[in-house]
Design a protein around this ligand. Structure first.
Ligand code: ZN
Length: 494
């Protein structure tokens, strides 16, 4: 076959897969925002039909032949097509190495184990979930073998979410945190016994929404290319750079919660909205990795949103929306409330300082699982003892311990580290931005255009055409260096 024909086939495949992903994403968005409760059966059917269609489209001899040819003759391709081939070939290899029946069985197992997890969590009883987790882990171990990669077995899983990430890099990162942050957390928890209360009052949801829209626009969200909705857990979904959807969750008695969520998801959304428009709708037109994505949400949430300058800029607006309820509250109070730290049991409610330790615990446990150093039945005890060791507190039951997160029931091993890496990348990016831009000044006047230009030029525009390490090196002038993050945490919270 001629090279032109292979390229034509590449474009056709790209278009088909993106169309299927578009449909799946839209259905997920609907299910998490507006769909009625009883819609679940038909939706699951439709989603499994689309997943089968996706599998059949990607995994076939014709695709294999085309991707193999274009991989071997890569020098004839332009950079964008090369990136498409690299991404699709990786995706192909990952799935094609799994025996088809086993892959289908695994998909069925995951949907059962998610239900089992939810029931076990409600019952606060790990034993109900344990047999399912055992099977999910057995599959993960076989999956690692099928991929036939050299080095530590857990590297295969880390690399799935963060290209190039290894146990060596992650160990180095967490060792550093363990040495510097764990002692700080223990000291802090002693000093800060009483939690600074959230702002008292009943904050109408409609008015909170008004402030969310104000922030989104100010931060640089293109309002005609996205929407804001409400969901149980806030998230971002990207259909294209011109259609990025975010959600938040409003609590009438907790004003700051929805504000932080909106800032976080806006950071994710701005990333997607600023990918090079020449990429069109293609596999290359989305974020580079989980870690880089999280760095963009965290830089807005932690490094900008929790700063005093940020509240100097936006507090007058918030006060004008809630003049009575906020009349005795100043920016200093909000700054302190947002940066209060105290060890807690639940990851998603953790503060900026203790958050990475929750991730470190999950990382250490996952690593032990794939090194065959712990049995599934012993995981709760391991979990509880690590919380005691690093955070000085012990879960009272499985729901506030090992059952709190959905990830393992869905087979997402290797995923957690990207959350902590994202926060660390964010600090390294912030340092690089500060070499050229007066960040404090820009934030104080609520003008994010210079900052967003930097982020777009150095990170956003490239989509998936660069790997995480290539982005970090080009944007900051050095490899990923956890020192920036640890120094930032120690100087801020000491
Ligand atoms: Zn996020």
């Amino acid at each position: 076959m001629l090279k032109e024909n292979y390229i034509k086939k590449l474009y056709e495949l790209d278009k088909k897969l993106i169309s299927l992903e578009y449909a799946q994403a839209l259905i997920s968005w609907d299910s998490l925002t507006l769909a009625p409760k009883k819609s679940v059966t038909f939706r699951s059917n439709a989603l499994s039909g689309l997943a089968n269609f996706y599998f059949a489209t990607l995994i076939c001899e014709e695709t294999n032949e085309m991707l193999t040819y274009l991989t071997e003759n890569g020098e004839q391709l332009n950079d964008l097509d090369k990136a498409k081939v690299r991404i699709l070939k990786e995706e192909y290899n990952k799935i094609a190495k799994i025996p088809p029946q086993e892959y289908a069985d695994y998909k069925a197992l995951i949907s059962e184990s998610s239900v089992a997890w939810e029931n076990a969590k409600n019952e606060k009883n790990y034993q109900e979930f344990s047999p399912f987790l055992e099977k999910v882990i057995e599959f993960q171990k076989r999956y690692i073998n099928y991929q036939e990669k050299e080095g530590h077995p857990y590297n295969t899983l880390l690399d799935d979410y963060e290209k190039g990430l290894t146990v060596e890099i992650t160990d180095n990162f967490f060792d550093f945190l363990k040495e510097k942050v764990v002692p700080l957390v223990k000291k802090k928890s002693y000093l800060n016994k009483d939690k600074i209360n959230d702002i008292p009052g009943n904050f109408a949801v409609k008015k909170q929404a008004e402030f969310s829209y104000y922030l989104m626009e100010k931060l640089g969200f293109r309002m005609d290319c996205g929407v804001l909705a409400e969901s149980e857990h806030p998230f971002t979904i990207n259909l294209s750079r011109d259609d990025v959807r975010i959600t938040t969750h409003y609590y009438e008695d907790n004003l700051l919660s929805s504000i932080l969520s909106t800032i976080h998801e806006t950071g994710h959304a701005i990333y997607e909205q600023n990918i090079d428009k020449n990429f069109g709708s293609s596999v290359i037109a989305s974020g580079a990795s989980m870690g880089i994505h999280e760095s963009q949400s965290r830089i807005f949430e932690n490094n900008f949103g929790r700063s005093l300058e940020f509240w100097e800029f936006c507090y007058p607006k918030l006060k004008s929306i809630f003049p009575e309820l906020l009349k005795d509250i100043d920016t200093n109070f909000i700054y302190k409330a947002l940066n209060f730290t105290k060890p807690s049991l639940i990851r998603i409610e953790a503060d900026e300082l203790t958050y990475p330790l929750h991730i470190m615990i999950r990382y250490e446990i996952e690593k032990m699982i794939f090194e065959e150093k712990v049995k599934v039945k012993d995981l709760p005890e391991l979990w509880n003892s690590k919380y005691e060791e690093y955070l000085g507190i012990r879960p009272g039951n499985d729901a506030e311990g090992i059952l709190q997160d959905v990830h393992w029931s869905e087979g997402l091993f290797g995923y957690f580290p990207s959350y902590a890496l994202g926060s660390a990348y964010a600090v390294q990016f912030r340092q690089a931005i500060a070499k050229n831009i007066n960040i404090e000044n820009s934030i104080k006047i609520g003008n994010f255009s210079e900052i967003n230009n930097w982020l777009t030029n150095n990170i956003h525009q490239f989509g998936r055409t660069k790997t995480p390490s290539e982005i970090i090196l080009a944007a900051t002038g050095e490899k990923f260096n956890p020192k920036y993050y640890v120094d930032y945490l120690t100087s801020k919270f000491n």
